[in-house]
Design a protein around this ligand. Structure first.
Ligand SMILES: [Zn+2]
Length: 373
């Protein structure tokens, strides 16, 4: 869904429960264009630059304000007090990536904005917004940076794992933190050239890396994953499975990486057959929505509905420990349990992933609307 003209300050949990095709890590309001063509060091020293720190991919979070900690260049690099080290932290010691230009509100949240609010930008401003190459007085230039492990910093906030932090984040904060995490993870993994083994340098705001010896250029990776809700030919049941590693009682859609040379429907068909033995009609696979997933190297979950033509379950590759057809009524109860924030810890009822996961929205949409495929 196109969220760009809107700033969703509402919480990820609330927004995903209220919007049938919203999942976390969508809704990034930053303009990623143009600025990266300049020297990142020059841009970083701009008085309107703001930085989000990561350590070992954990993000700096302000527990009091309930939002990520954004810091100025001066605070980070011109002030010795911010590290326990005698050596001053410098820009050259950090991996730094440009996230984009966006409203000052992202960093300096006015008290008038509550965590249940969505602020819309006037559509007339959209062209200016998309073409911007300099921040207006109402905007900041946003960066993410990775603080080297040898620096024991005293920066204000707590470094937190993004996945466990998610329930506390707003829509835009989750999307921006996810963008930063995925990019910094990619930079950390591609310090050396895959062709000749020499070191690589970050270029153009961290949007690519280049080998210092053979000039091989490397671009940030996104690994596509097909996630499929298979609908029974009776239209009244869907196929859900569970791996042994899942939380207890949780079932979800079947999913797997799209392999080289495969279309999205072909990957859905292969994965469903490998994991469950069910045969689907590739021609009846329909795109639903996609969700950036900034973990495990940076994935894009591509959600699809498809229809079965042979419903016999055979667990071919033993990736799943269980896989079943669930009726509409059973799915209704599973949805309710997954949305119940007060669910008893000892409740042994079956459930699906929470609303901020694309699997939940696929299942919820089938249950409430029955997609025409
Ligand atoms: Zn090379």
């Amino acid at each position: 869904m196109a969220l760009r003209p809107e700033f969703h300050f509402s919480s990820v949990l609330e927004h995903s429960a209220l919007n049938n095709n919203f999942e976390c890590f969508q809704g990034n309001p930053l303009n990623r264009l143009n600025l990266h063509r300049k020297s990142i060091k020059d841009v970083a020293q701009h008085t309107q630059s703001r930085f989000l720190s990561y350590r070992q991919l954990k993000v700096l979070f302000d527990q009091e304000k309930k939002q990520p900690t954004w810091l100025t260049y001066e605070f980070l690099f011109e002030n010795n007090k911010n590290t326990n080290n005698e050596i001053k932290l410098t820009l050259d010691q950090c991996e730094i990536v440009l996230l984009g230009i966006g409203s000052r509100f992202i960093a300096d949240r006015p008290s008038s904005i509550t965590n249940t609010e969505s602020t819309k930008i006037d559509n007339k401003l959209l062209n200016k917004y998309l073409l911007a190459s300099e921040p207006t007085p109402d905007e900041y230039i946003y960066f993410a940076l990775s603080i080297p492990t040898q620096f024991a910093d005293n920066l204000p906030g707590t470094y937190m794992d993004l996945r466990s932090l998610l329930p506390q984040l707003s829509v835009i904060d989750a999307a921006i933190c996810g963008q930063g995490r995925a990019l910094l993870d990619w930079h950390a993994s591609y310090q050396y050239c895959g062709k000749c083994g020499s070191t690589t340098n970050s270029l153009e705001g961290g949007t690519r890396r280049k080998c210092t010896k053979c000039n091989n250029t490397i671009y940030p990776r996104t690994d596509p994953v097909a996630i499929t809700l298979v609908i029974h030919s009776d239209k009244e049941h869907v196929l859900l499975g569970r791996k042994a590693t899942f939380p207890p009682f949780m079932f979800t859609c079947l999913a797997g990486f799209i392999e080289p040379g495969e279309s999205i429907p072909e990957a859905c068909s292969r994965e469903v057959w490998e994991e469950s033995g069910v045969i689907v009609d590739t021609n009846l696979t329909r795109y639903f929505d996609s969700q950036p997933w900034p973990f495990l190297g940076g994935q894009l979950m591509i959600g699809c509905f498809t229809s079965a033509i042979d419903e016999t379950i055979t667990l071919h590759d033993s990736e799943l420990e269980d896989c079943r057809w669930f009726s509409r009524d059973e799915v209704g109860e599973m949805i309710e349990r997954s949305r119940d924030v007060n669910l008893d810890k000892n409740d042994k009822g079956l459930r699906i992933p929470p609303p901020f996961a694309i699997a939940h929205q696929l299942i919820y949409n089938w249950h409430s609307t029955t997609p025409k495929i």
